[in-house]
Design a protein around this ligand. Sequence first.
Ligand code: BEZ
Ligand code: FE
Length: 260
Amino acid sequence: MVKQVAKKNERVEEVFDLFIKHVKNFLQEAHLNHEEYTNFVNWADRLGRKGELPLFADVFLETHVLRAMYTDKPGTQPSLLGPYFIEGSPLIEAKDGKPLELTQRPDEAGEVMYFSGNVSSTDGKPLAKTRVEMWQNDASGKYSAFDSDAPRYNFRGHFFTDENGDFTVKTIVPLPYSIPTDGPTGEFLEYTEQHPMRPAHLHLMFEAEGHETLITQVFFEGDKWLETDVADGVRLDLMTTLEEKDGYKVSSLDFVMRKN
Ligand code: BEZ
Ligand code: FE
């Protein structure tokens, strides 16, 4: 009897066949000529050489991957991981009875903000000891380890929810920012006459046993870039407000994780 040998990676074949099927339909509709094809290949080559492939994919594709995976599912909607996440952030712990503070320099510039949340499961139970990873830009709109001179883990850290699934962390209000425009991604934005701005956001990643990891962002009402976010990462249930309180800002949002 001949033994059936499983294909090395059937999933790659399945996805590639689908990709080609849709590319054929797309080309029939777009009537691409050979010069346009060559221009595209040269531009994509520059994109790769400049190391901008992850940036371009995160701006123009990641949101569609997420929408295809999660629209209509219960629980908090995921949003973009983006290109500015790095591994190895420090553990943040409460010191001297003070609230948790996202890693920052002494006298860090920016508007102080206390961000609070509750993490629960889709069955309604609070999720104690959930690992919360948080990262954001600084008062110059830059991310540590990328375009800023700040220490590698500035405005990056992780902590755990308390026994009720709650957390509060002291940070600063993040700023809207421009994605890099000096390379092939910027070239593409110019061709298509799009601005390069993302609305201000916090990045959050939640990990709890028995649940899907939730990677998402939090946005603030009133931001002028919400409706035209270049990366299309805004979702209605990720919106919060910034309230003034005794010289600092407070904001909050609750998160619901899906079971595995
Ligand atoms: C971000 O949220 O940091 C991001 C997402 C997609 C593209 C660029 C940046
Ligand atoms: Fe970001």
